[in-house]
Design a protein around this ligand. Sequence first.
Ligand SMILES: Cc1cc2nc3c(=O)[nH]c(=O)nc-3n(C[C@H](O)[C@H](O)[C@H](O)COP(=O)(O)OP(=O)(O)OC[C@H]3O[C@@H](n4cnc5c(N)ncnc54)[C@H](O)[C@@H]3O)c2cc1C
Length: 491
Amino acid sequence: MKTPAYDVAIIGNAALGLSTAYQLNKADKNLKIGVIGPADRPFSATTTAGAMINVWAEIGYDHFGFPALSDKVELGLRAFDMWDPLCAELSEFSEKPLKVVWGTYVVNNARSSGLETKTLDYIVKVMQSGKIPHKDFITDPIPWFNPQYGSQATRIVHMPDGRIDARLVLAAYDRALAAKGVVPIRSRAVKVDLDITQAQTQGKGSAKITLASGEAVEAKHVVFANGSFAQELIDQIPAIRMHTPRLLWGAGAAVDLTFPEWIQKGGGLDKRIFDMDQVLRTVDRGGSCGVHMVPQGGGAYYLGASSGVWFDPEWAPRLHGIHFLLHAAMQEINPAFFYANMTIRGPGFRPTTADCFPLLGESHIKGVWFANGTKRDGFTCSPFLATELALGILGKRHRLPYRFRPSRPLLSYKNKALAVEDSLNAAMGGEYQHGLSLPAYALEPYQASKRAKIQEIYDKRKLNDFGIHPEITHIYENDDTFAAIDLPREM
Ligand SMILES: Cc1cc2nc3c(=O)[nH]c(=O)nc-3n(C[C@H](O)[C@H](O)[C@H](O)COP(=O)(O)OP(=O)(O)OC[C@H]3O[C@@H](n4cnc5c(N)ncnc54)[C@H](O)[C@@H]3O)c2cc1C
């Protein structure tokens, strides 16, 4: 049987894979593009996501003070204005018109850590200096927002971030690509063989991709857009593995909520909950993307999301990850959720690298591309990343930051001193969310012992000029996981 040949084979068929195929086809209708991935997309981050188009609420404290963090924010900023025109284009292929519902309430409350308070203050200052419309208030109550004793809001900022149903977007991409003759290859890639000699000596790539179905495809360019799962393929290619920050599993699960018929008719604890029209969320808390309630319309809600970065995947959510969400919905948002019916969504795996920065563009081996490592905001950034990646693959100038090239050293999170403090704050934020309560006299020694433990990890790994991203400090602590992710670090 003849092996089909493509100009570009994209491994992965969710936000990054499909958007890249779509933009490539838009840029050059004659390209032969193959998109590989199973129809049901098991454990996909995209289908588990809220999916907030979140740029402003995701800015972390002092992120514009550090080039790598600042470049990461810029990816979202550049994608932000692309969403309305993209939705207009894709609506033709959607069962209902695609539209981002803009507007998000970001809340600090009595359960927020000091870092969260500082972060929201920072976000507001950034929006003020960029003249971004927002509203900063606490006195003007939101009718459907009713936090309970101990979780009262201390600040609410309404900002331009939005939301859309990611599953509808994927379905529209699927239909659009089919209409344009880009046929999906409904299988999983199990092996990628690269003709490295040809790539290096003749400057052109060549890859053979073996599928779970037993068939194979060949392509001039191959794109790893299959999230954390790409690592299984990269592990088989030492030439890539040794130069690319490892992909970890950013596990996240969420809860879909609806209300039983009798509440829809008669109302339960607080009927105003049916008027909720925009996202309400906390800022990032304890290394996770905050608690967010994303209204879906028709009395349905998405409650997200748990977050933990693991070296190996866990195929079911953890009890504590769901427990804190359910508690937060009733305690921090509205007790009306007491009567909600729930199903668990996920886990999905946020593609998270060993420095938590993305892998974007061509690797040091010609023809091998990455659209990966987007972690918590890859859906938001996807229109920009896909457009730029398509330009790169077509040999044109693109605006993907060089520092996020796939073959690179590990990038520092801020600097060591600040990373240690942020790790401590993230740990405290997480523990408060899980119910930590300390008598006043015990707080300082508790924090001191946690800080010392983090410091010990830095000492053990002899890290003096490098900051570990707070969400992966535990990966550095364990000898085996550290050995597996250890690459040269940027100086
Ligand atoms: C709980 C949760 C909430 C999130 N919330 C948001 C949010 O509100 N806003 C936002 O912007 N981002 C959010 N994210 C992050 C966002 O979902 C990701 O950054 C982005 O969707 C990643 O897309 P992807 O296409 O790279 O990966 P994925 O969505 O994981 O897709 C990978 C695809 O590759 C396929 N695949 C896997 N292995 C193979 C193989 N061997 N061969 C072929 N195909 C394969 C899979 O089936 C899947 O379809 C969230 C993530 C999670 C988990």
